[in-house]
Design a protein around this ligand. Structure first.
Ligand code: PA5
Length: 464
Protein backbone atom coordinates (compact mmCIF):
# COMPACT_ATOMS: atom_id res chain seq x y z
CA UNK A 1 0.00 0.00 0.00
CA UNK A 2 1.19 3.54 -0.62
CA UNK A 3 2.28 5.96 2.09
CA UNK A 4 -0.70 7.19 4.11
CA UNK A 5 -1.10 10.38 6.12
CA UNK A 6 -3.76 10.20 8.84
CA UNK A 7 -4.40 13.61 10.34
CA UNK A 8 -7.59 13.09 12.32
CA UNK A 9 -5.68 14.02 15.48
CA UNK A 10 -4.82 17.43 14.03
CA UNK A 11 -8.45 18.39 13.63
CA UNK A 12 -10.97 20.12 15.89
CA UNK A 13 -13.39 17.24 15.33
CA UNK A 14 -11.04 15.18 17.51
CA UNK A 15 -9.27 17.81 19.61
CA UNK A 16 -11.94 20.47 20.07
CA UNK A 17 -10.64 24.07 20.37
CA UNK A 18 -7.02 22.95 20.14
CA UNK A 19 -7.42 21.47 16.67
CA UNK A 20 -7.64 22.82 13.15
CA UNK A 21 -11.25 23.57 12.28
CA UNK A 22 -12.75 22.04 9.16
CA UNK A 23 -13.37 25.55 7.84
CA UNK A 24 -9.69 26.44 8.32
CA UNK A 25 -8.64 23.33 6.42
CA UNK A 26 -11.18 23.95 3.67
CA UNK A 27 -10.11 27.58 3.51
CA UNK A 28 -6.50 26.51 3.01
CA UNK A 29 -7.34 24.69 -0.20
CA UNK A 30 -7.07 27.92 -2.18
CA UNK A 31 -3.72 28.79 -0.54
CA UNK A 32 -2.48 25.32 -1.37
CA UNK A 33 -3.61 25.61 -4.98
CA UNK A 34 -1.53 28.80 -5.23
CA UNK A 35 1.44 27.13 -3.54
CA UNK A 36 1.18 24.11 -5.82
CA UNK A 37 1.06 26.40 -8.85
CA UNK A 38 4.07 28.33 -7.52
CA UNK A 39 6.10 25.13 -7.21
CA UNK A 40 4.96 23.99 -10.66
CA UNK A 41 5.95 27.35 -12.16
CA UNK A 42 9.44 27.23 -10.66
CA UNK A 43 9.80 23.66 -11.84
CA UNK A 44 8.68 24.61 -15.35
CA UNK A 45 11.26 27.42 -15.30
CA UNK A 46 14.01 24.85 -14.83
CA UNK A 47 14.43 25.26 -11.08
CA UNK A 48 13.60 22.60 -8.47
CA UNK A 49 15.47 19.86 -10.29
CA UNK A 50 14.88 17.50 -7.36
CA UNK A 51 11.42 16.79 -8.78
CA UNK A 52 12.92 15.20 -11.90
CA UNK A 53 15.53 13.05 -10.19
CA UNK A 54 13.45 9.85 -10.02
CA UNK A 55 13.39 9.82 -13.85
CA UNK A 56 17.04 10.68 -14.43
CA UNK A 57 18.43 7.30 -15.49
CA UNK A 58 21.68 8.81 -16.77
CA UNK A 59 22.40 10.45 -13.44
CA UNK A 60 21.61 7.25 -11.56
CA UNK A 61 23.95 5.36 -13.88
CA UNK A 62 26.82 7.62 -12.81
CA UNK A 63 26.48 6.12 -9.32
CA UNK A 64 25.63 2.53 -10.22
CA UNK A 65 28.34 2.30 -12.91
CA UNK A 66 30.97 3.71 -10.58
CA UNK A 67 29.91 1.35 -7.77
CA UNK A 68 30.03 -1.64 -10.14
CA UNK A 69 33.47 -0.61 -11.42
CA UNK A 70 35.05 -0.46 -7.96
CA UNK A 71 33.19 -3.42 -6.40
CA UNK A 72 35.44 -5.42 -4.08
CA UNK A 73 38.24 -2.83 -4.02
CA UNK A 74 37.48 -1.11 -0.72
CA UNK A 75 36.69 -2.07 2.86
CA UNK A 76 35.54 1.43 3.77
CA UNK A 77 33.80 4.29 2.06
CA UNK A 78 34.58 7.59 3.78
CA UNK A 79 32.23 10.46 2.89
CA UNK A 80 33.48 13.99 3.53
CA UNK A 81 30.65 16.52 3.47
CA UNK A 82 28.36 18.56 5.67
CA UNK A 83 24.68 19.51 5.84
CA UNK A 84 22.79 18.25 2.82
CA UNK A 85 25.92 16.51 1.60
CA UNK A 86 26.11 14.25 4.66
CA UNK A 87 22.72 13.78 6.28
CA UNK A 88 21.21 11.89 3.33
CA UNK A 89 23.93 9.19 3.19
CA UNK A 90 23.76 8.77 6.98
CA UNK A 91 19.96 8.40 6.88
CA UNK A 92 20.16 5.87 4.04
CA UNK A 93 22.76 3.72 5.76
CA UNK A 94 20.67 3.58 8.93
CA UNK A 95 17.40 2.97 7.10
CA UNK A 96 18.43 0.50 4.46
CA UNK A 97 21.33 -1.54 5.80
CA UNK A 98 21.06 -3.97 8.68
CA UNK A 99 21.64 -2.37 12.09
CA UNK A 100 25.21 -1.70 13.24
CA UNK A 101 26.37 -2.04 9.60
CA UNK A 102 29.84 -0.71 10.34
CA UNK A 103 30.34 -3.17 13.20
CA UNK A 104 29.62 -6.22 11.07
CA UNK A 105 32.38 -8.39 9.70
CA UNK A 106 33.13 -8.31 5.97
CA UNK A 107 31.35 -11.66 5.62
CA UNK A 108 28.30 -10.35 7.47
CA UNK A 109 28.28 -7.36 5.11
CA UNK A 110 28.45 -9.66 2.09
CA UNK A 111 31.85 -8.22 1.21
CA UNK A 112 30.42 -4.71 0.90
CA UNK A 113 32.26 -1.80 2.48
CA UNK A 114 31.45 0.03 5.68
CA UNK A 115 30.21 3.62 5.31
CA UNK A 116 31.75 6.33 7.49
CA UNK A 117 30.54 9.92 7.16
CA UNK A 118 32.62 12.78 8.54
CA UNK A 119 30.30 15.76 8.78
CA UNK A 120 32.21 17.99 11.14
CA UNK A 121 35.66 19.44 11.70
CA UNK A 122 36.23 18.37 15.26
CA UNK A 123 39.91 17.41 15.09
CA UNK A 124 39.49 14.64 17.66
CA UNK A 125 36.87 12.84 15.57
CA UNK A 126 38.91 13.22 12.39
CA UNK A 127 42.09 11.93 14.03
CA UNK A 128 40.28 9.02 15.66
CA UNK A 129 38.55 8.06 12.42
CA UNK A 130 41.71 8.22 10.35
CA UNK A 131 43.53 6.13 12.93
CA UNK A 132 40.92 3.40 12.52
CA UNK A 133 40.79 3.29 8.72
CA UNK A 134 43.16 1.41 6.44
CA UNK A 135 43.38 4.13 3.81
CA UNK A 136 44.92 1.72 1.30
CA UNK A 137 41.51 -0.02 1.32
CA UNK A 138 39.37 3.14 1.56
CA UNK A 139 37.43 5.11 -1.03
CA UNK A 140 37.07 8.78 -0.08
CA UNK A 141 33.94 10.45 -1.45
CA UNK A 142 34.25 14.24 -1.29
CA UNK A 143 30.78 15.75 -1.58
CA UNK A 144 30.21 19.46 -2.02
CA UNK A 145 27.67 21.06 -4.33
CA UNK A 146 29.42 24.41 -4.18
CA UNK A 147 32.83 22.77 -4.23
CA UNK A 148 34.11 25.24 -1.66
CA UNK A 149 32.54 24.62 1.74
CA UNK A 150 35.25 25.35 4.27
CA UNK A 151 34.63 22.33 6.50
CA UNK A 152 34.62 19.87 3.62
CA UNK A 153 37.66 21.44 1.96
CA UNK A 154 39.62 21.32 5.24
CA UNK A 155 38.66 17.66 5.69
CA UNK A 156 39.68 16.98 2.11
CA UNK A 157 43.14 18.51 2.56
CA UNK A 158 43.75 16.47 5.71
CA UNK A 159 42.47 13.20 4.28
CA UNK A 160 44.28 13.71 1.00
CA UNK A 161 47.52 14.30 2.86
CA UNK A 162 46.98 11.11 4.89
CA UNK A 163 46.14 9.21 1.70
CA UNK A 164 49.29 10.47 -0.02
CA UNK A 165 51.39 9.25 2.87
CA UNK A 166 49.70 5.87 2.79
CA UNK A 167 49.36 5.03 -0.90
CA UNK A 168 51.77 7.50 -2.54
CA UNK A 169 50.94 10.59 -4.62
CA UNK A 170 50.55 8.55 -7.82
CA UNK A 171 47.79 6.35 -6.41
CA UNK A 172 45.76 8.96 -4.52
CA UNK A 173 43.33 9.38 -7.38
CA UNK A 174 42.40 5.69 -7.15
CA UNK A 175 41.02 6.42 -3.68
CA UNK A 176 39.07 9.59 -4.45
CA UNK A 177 35.81 10.50 -6.09
CA UNK A 178 34.21 13.94 -6.05
CA UNK A 179 30.50 14.71 -6.13
CA UNK A 180 29.94 18.30 -7.11
CA UNK A 181 28.39 20.79 -9.51
CA UNK A 182 29.20 19.92 -13.15
CA UNK A 183 30.87 23.31 -13.72
CA UNK A 184 31.33 25.57 -10.73
CA UNK A 185 33.42 25.34 -7.55
CA UNK A 186 36.95 24.29 -6.67
CA UNK A 187 36.46 20.52 -6.93
CA UNK A 188 35.53 20.28 -10.60
CA UNK A 189 38.75 21.81 -12.01
CA UNK A 190 40.79 19.77 -9.51
CA UNK A 191 39.10 16.63 -10.79
CA UNK A 192 39.86 17.52 -14.38
CA UNK A 193 43.50 18.48 -13.72
CA UNK A 194 44.27 15.47 -11.55
CA UNK A 195 42.19 12.79 -13.25
CA UNK A 196 39.96 12.28 -10.21
CA UNK A 197 36.55 10.85 -11.08
CA UNK A 198 33.72 13.33 -10.46
CA UNK A 199 29.97 12.72 -10.41
CA UNK A 200 27.36 15.42 -10.88
CA UNK A 201 24.95 17.28 -8.67
CA UNK A 202 22.73 19.03 -11.22
CA UNK A 203 22.97 22.84 -10.96
CA UNK A 204 19.25 23.10 -10.19
CA UNK A 205 19.40 20.75 -7.19
CA UNK A 206 20.44 22.22 -3.83
CA UNK A 207 22.29 20.37 -1.06
CA UNK A 208 19.36 19.40 1.15
CA UNK A 209 17.31 18.29 -1.87
CA UNK A 210 20.13 16.19 -3.32
CA UNK A 211 19.64 12.77 -1.75
CA UNK A 212 18.44 11.28 -5.07
CA UNK A 213 21.58 12.53 -6.89
CA UNK A 214 24.98 10.83 -6.46
CA UNK A 215 25.14 12.59 -3.06
CA UNK A 216 22.89 9.86 -1.68
CA UNK A 217 22.91 7.35 -4.51
CA UNK A 218 26.67 6.75 -4.77
CA UNK A 219 27.27 5.90 -1.09
CA UNK A 220 24.04 3.89 -1.15
CA UNK A 221 25.03 1.94 -4.27
CA UNK A 222 28.52 1.30 -2.86
CA UNK A 223 27.06 -0.38 0.23
CA UNK A 224 24.52 -2.38 -1.71
CA UNK A 225 21.31 -0.40 -1.13
CA UNK A 226 18.52 -0.84 -3.65
CA UNK A 227 18.82 2.61 -5.22
CA UNK A 228 16.31 1.84 -7.99
CA UNK A 229 13.74 0.87 -5.38
CA UNK A 230 14.28 4.22 -3.69
CA UNK A 231 13.71 6.10 -6.94
CA UNK A 232 10.60 4.01 -7.63
CA UNK A 233 9.19 5.08 -4.26
CA UNK A 234 10.13 8.71 -4.86
CA UNK A 235 8.53 8.67 -8.31
CA UNK A 236 5.33 7.07 -7.04
CA UNK A 237 5.00 9.68 -4.32
CA UNK A 238 5.82 12.56 -6.65
CA UNK A 239 3.23 11.40 -9.16
CA UNK A 240 0.58 11.30 -6.41
CA UNK A 241 1.36 14.97 -5.82
CA UNK A 242 0.78 16.07 -9.40
CA UNK A 243 -2.62 17.55 -8.57
CA UNK A 244 -3.31 20.42 -6.18
CA UNK A 245 -5.83 18.27 -4.34
CA UNK A 246 -5.34 17.90 -0.61
CA UNK A 247 -7.34 14.68 -0.64
CA UNK A 248 -4.75 12.93 -2.81
CA UNK A 249 -1.54 14.87 -2.27
CA UNK A 250 0.10 13.73 1.00
CA UNK A 251 2.99 16.19 0.77
CA UNK A 252 0.51 19.01 0.25
CA UNK A 253 -1.63 17.93 3.19
CA UNK A 254 1.45 17.64 5.44
CA UNK A 255 2.65 21.13 4.46
CA UNK A 256 -0.78 22.74 4.85
CA UNK A 257 -1.39 21.13 8.25
CA UNK A 258 1.98 22.25 9.62
CA UNK A 259 1.47 25.75 8.23
CA UNK A 260 -2.06 26.01 9.66
CA UNK A 261 -0.90 24.64 13.01
CA UNK A 262 1.80 27.32 13.12
CA UNK A 263 -0.34 30.19 11.80
CA UNK A 264 -3.63 29.46 13.54
CA UNK A 265 -2.47 27.71 16.72
CA UNK A 266 1.10 28.94 17.24
CA UNK A 267 2.27 25.34 17.07
CA UNK A 268 5.62 26.15 15.55
CA UNK A 269 7.63 23.27 17.01
CA UNK A 270 7.18 20.41 14.59
CA UNK A 271 8.37 17.04 15.78
CA UNK A 272 9.09 14.04 13.57
CA UNK A 273 8.89 10.86 15.64
CA UNK A 274 9.40 7.53 13.87
CA UNK A 275 8.62 4.33 15.75
CA UNK A 276 11.13 2.48 13.61
CA UNK A 277 14.83 2.39 14.47
CA UNK A 278 15.67 2.24 10.78
CA UNK A 279 14.20 5.75 10.41
CA UNK A 280 16.16 7.20 13.34
CA UNK A 281 18.47 9.30 11.16
CA UNK A 282 15.69 10.31 8.81
CA UNK A 283 14.77 12.67 11.64
CA UNK A 284 18.05 14.59 11.43
CA UNK A 285 17.75 14.74 7.65
CA UNK A 286 14.20 16.13 7.93
CA UNK A 287 15.24 18.64 10.59
CA UNK A 288 17.86 20.15 8.28
CA UNK A 289 15.51 20.16 5.30
CA UNK A 290 12.69 21.89 7.19
CA UNK A 291 14.87 24.30 9.20
CA UNK A 292 17.24 25.55 6.50
CA UNK A 293 14.45 25.82 3.95
CA UNK A 294 11.73 27.53 5.99
CA UNK A 295 13.46 29.60 8.67
CA UNK A 296 13.66 32.84 6.70
CA UNK A 297 13.08 36.54 6.51
CA UNK A 298 10.17 37.35 4.25
CA UNK A 299 10.47 40.18 1.72
CA UNK A 300 8.51 42.44 4.12
CA UNK A 301 11.17 41.88 6.80
CA UNK A 302 9.11 39.60 9.07
CA UNK A 303 10.62 36.34 10.27
CA UNK A 304 8.93 32.99 9.80
CA UNK A 305 9.86 29.40 10.29
CA UNK A 306 8.66 26.40 12.23
CA UNK A 307 11.25 24.72 14.46
CA UNK A 308 11.69 21.06 13.56
CA UNK A 309 12.64 18.57 16.21
CA UNK A 310 13.59 14.91 15.96
CA UNK A 311 12.41 12.22 18.37
CA UNK A 312 12.34 8.43 18.30
CA UNK A 313 9.62 6.18 19.63
CA UNK A 314 9.50 4.41 21.97
CA UNK A 315 12.86 5.69 23.27
CA UNK A 316 11.79 9.32 23.59
CA UNK A 317 8.60 8.42 25.42
CA UNK A 318 11.05 8.35 28.31
CA UNK A 319 12.60 11.67 27.37
CA UNK A 320 10.46 14.15 25.44
CA UNK A 321 6.89 12.87 25.59
CA UNK A 322 6.32 14.36 29.07
CA UNK A 323 6.99 17.75 27.47
CA UNK A 324 4.75 16.97 24.49
CA UNK A 325 1.93 15.90 26.80
CA UNK A 326 1.98 18.58 29.46
CA UNK A 327 4.15 21.34 28.05
CA UNK A 328 2.83 24.24 26.00
CA UNK A 329 0.54 23.56 23.06
CA UNK A 330 3.15 24.83 20.66
CA UNK A 331 3.90 21.54 18.90
CA UNK A 332 2.74 19.12 16.30
CA UNK A 333 3.99 15.55 16.47
CA UNK A 334 4.25 13.51 13.28
CA UNK A 335 4.59 9.81 13.95
CA UNK A 336 6.09 7.57 11.31
CA UNK A 337 5.14 3.91 11.48
CA UNK A 338 5.22 0.78 9.35
CA UNK A 339 2.59 -1.80 8.47
CA UNK A 340 5.01 -4.73 8.74
CA UNK A 341 8.34 -5.40 10.40
CA UNK A 342 10.99 -7.88 9.31
CA UNK A 343 11.13 -9.42 12.79
CA UNK A 344 8.35 -9.83 15.31
CA UNK A 345 10.39 -10.44 18.46
CA UNK A 346 8.06 -12.86 20.21
CA UNK A 347 8.18 -12.22 23.95
CA UNK A 348 8.65 -15.51 25.81
CA UNK A 349 6.55 -16.58 28.75
CA UNK A 350 8.27 -15.51 31.92
CA UNK A 351 8.93 -18.82 33.64
CA UNK A 352 9.19 -18.14 37.35
CA UNK A 353 9.30 -14.37 36.90
CA UNK A 354 6.09 -13.81 38.79
CA UNK A 355 2.68 -12.44 37.84
CA UNK A 356 3.90 -8.86 37.26
CA UNK A 357 5.29 -9.69 33.81
CA UNK A 358 2.58 -12.15 32.80
CA UNK A 359 0.70 -9.62 30.67
CA UNK A 360 3.57 -9.56 28.18
CA UNK A 361 3.40 -13.29 27.46
CA UNK A 362 2.07 -14.10 24.02
CA UNK A 363 2.80 -10.60 22.68
CA UNK A 364 5.71 -9.51 20.51
CA UNK A 365 8.02 -6.50 20.35
CA UNK A 366 6.41 -5.57 17.02
CA UNK A 367 3.06 -5.45 18.78
CA UNK A 368 4.53 -3.56 21.72
CA UNK A 369 6.14 -0.81 19.65
CA UNK A 370 3.05 -0.43 17.41
CA UNK A 371 0.73 -0.33 20.40
CA UNK A 372 2.97 2.25 22.07
CA UNK A 373 2.87 4.43 18.96
CA UNK A 374 -0.93 4.30 18.86
CA UNK A 375 -1.20 4.80 22.60
CA UNK A 376 1.04 7.87 22.51
CA UNK A 377 -0.90 9.36 19.60
CA UNK A 378 -4.17 8.72 21.41
CA UNK A 379 -2.86 10.10 24.69
CA UNK A 380 -1.65 13.28 22.99
CA UNK A 381 -5.02 13.69 21.29
CA UNK A 382 -6.79 13.13 24.62
CA UNK A 383 -4.80 16.09 25.99
CA UNK A 384 -5.63 18.25 22.99
CA UNK A 385 -2.17 17.95 21.40
CA UNK A 386 -2.03 17.96 17.62
CA UNK A 387 -0.51 14.91 16.01
CA UNK A 388 -0.63 12.99 12.75
CA UNK A 389 0.72 9.69 11.48
CA UNK A 390 2.57 8.75 8.32
CA UNK A 391 2.47 5.03 7.61
CA UNK A 392 4.50 3.12 5.02
CA UNK A 393 4.50 -0.59 4.28
CA UNK A 394 7.87 -1.46 5.73
CA UNK A 395 11.37 -0.02 6.21
CA UNK A 396 12.51 -0.68 2.65
CA UNK A 397 13.96 1.32 -0.24
CA UNK A 398 10.57 2.08 -1.78
CA UNK A 399 9.21 3.49 1.48
CA UNK A 400 12.33 5.57 2.13
CA UNK A 401 11.98 7.00 -1.38
CA UNK A 402 8.34 7.82 -0.67
CA UNK A 403 9.09 9.48 2.65
CA UNK A 404 12.02 11.55 1.42
CA UNK A 405 10.19 12.78 -1.67
CA UNK A 406 7.12 13.54 0.48
CA UNK A 407 9.17 15.73 2.81
CA UNK A 408 11.02 17.44 -0.05
CA UNK A 409 7.79 18.34 -1.84
CA UNK A 410 6.16 19.38 1.43
CA UNK A 411 9.10 21.70 2.04
CA UNK A 412 8.69 23.28 -1.39
CA UNK A 413 4.94 23.80 -0.78
CA UNK A 414 5.55 25.13 2.72
CA UNK A 415 8.02 27.67 1.32
CA UNK A 416 5.25 29.01 -0.92
CA UNK A 417 2.70 29.01 1.93
CA UNK A 418 5.06 30.93 4.21
CA UNK A 419 6.06 33.28 1.39
CA UNK A 420 9.77 32.45 1.51
CA UNK A 421 12.27 30.93 -0.89
CA UNK A 422 12.78 27.41 0.45
CA UNK A 423 15.81 26.87 -1.77
CA UNK A 424 18.32 29.41 -0.48
CA UNK A 425 20.07 29.90 2.86
CA UNK A 426 21.18 33.55 3.08
CA UNK A 427 21.15 33.39 6.87
CA UNK A 428 24.26 31.23 7.04
CA UNK A 429 26.35 33.60 4.93
CA UNK A 430 27.29 36.19 7.55
CA UNK A 431 28.84 33.66 9.93
CA UNK A 432 30.73 32.12 7.01
CA UNK A 433 32.08 35.52 5.95
CA UNK A 434 33.25 36.29 9.49
CA UNK A 435 34.98 32.88 9.68
CA UNK A 436 36.72 33.41 6.33
CA UNK A 437 37.80 36.88 7.48
CA UNK A 438 39.29 35.48 10.70
CA UNK A 439 41.09 32.76 8.72
CA UNK A 440 42.64 35.46 6.53
CA UNK A 441 40.93 34.48 3.29
CA UNK A 442 41.56 37.03 0.59
CA UNK A 443 38.47 39.11 -0.25
CA UNK A 444 37.07 38.87 3.29
CA UNK A 445 39.01 41.73 4.85
CA UNK A 446 35.82 43.78 5.33
CA UNK A 447 34.12 40.85 7.08
CA UNK A 448 37.12 40.55 9.39
CA UNK A 449 36.88 44.24 10.24
CA UNK A 450 33.11 44.01 10.72
CA UNK A 451 33.57 41.10 13.12
CA UNK A 452 36.29 42.95 15.02
CA UNK A 453 33.93 45.92 15.41
CA UNK A 454 31.21 43.84 17.07
CA UNK A 455 30.65 44.76 20.73
CA UNK A 456 33.29 43.09 22.90
CA UNK A 457 32.12 40.77 25.67
CA UNK A 458 31.41 42.51 28.97
CA UNK A 459 33.04 41.13 32.13
CA UNK A 460 29.77 41.71 34.04
CA UNK A 461 28.03 39.06 31.96
CA UNK A 462 30.41 36.20 32.56
CA UNK A 463 30.61 33.45 35.08
CA UNK A 464 33.99 31.83 35.60
O1 PA5 B 1 21.28 22.24 2.11
C1 PA5 B 1 22.21 22.96 1.82
O2 PA5 B 1 22.26 23.62 0.78
C2 PA5 B 1 23.39 23.05 2.76
O3 PA5 B 1 23.14 22.44 3.98
C3 PA5 B 1 24.60 22.40 2.11
O4 PA5 B 1 24.33 21.06 1.84
C4 PA5 B 1 25.84 22.52 2.99
O5 PA5 B 1 26.05 23.85 3.33
C5 PA5 B 1 27.04 21.96 2.27
O6 PA5 B 1 27.21 22.64 1.07
P1 PA5 B 1 28.06 22.07 -0.11
O7 PA5 B 1 27.40 20.83 -0.58
O8 PA5 B 1 28.05 23.13 -1.14
O9 PA5 B 1 29.41 21.79 0.43
Amino acid sequence: MPLRLDFSNMMADTLGQAGIRTAQFEGARAAFATAHAGVAARHAAGQLGFIDLPDDAALLAQSTDFAARVAGRYDDVLVLGIGGSALGPIALRTALRPGAWNMRSAAQRGGLPRLVVLDNVDPVTIAETLALLDLSRTLVVVTSKSGGTVETMAQYLIVRDALTRTVGAERVRDHLVFITDPKSGALRPLAVEQGIPALDIPPNVGGRFSVFTPVGMLPAALIGIDVRGMLDGARALRDRCAAADLATNPAGAFAVLQWLADREHRANVQVLMPYVDAFRDLGAWFVQLWAESLGKLRPDGTSVGPTPLGALGATDQHSQVQLFMEGPKDKTITFVGVRERASQGAIPTAAGDGPELAYLAGHSLAELIDVEQRATAGALAARGKMNMTLTVDRADAFAVGELMMCFELATAYAGELYGVDAFNQPGVELGKRYAYGMLGRSGYEAAKAEFAALPAGDARWRVG
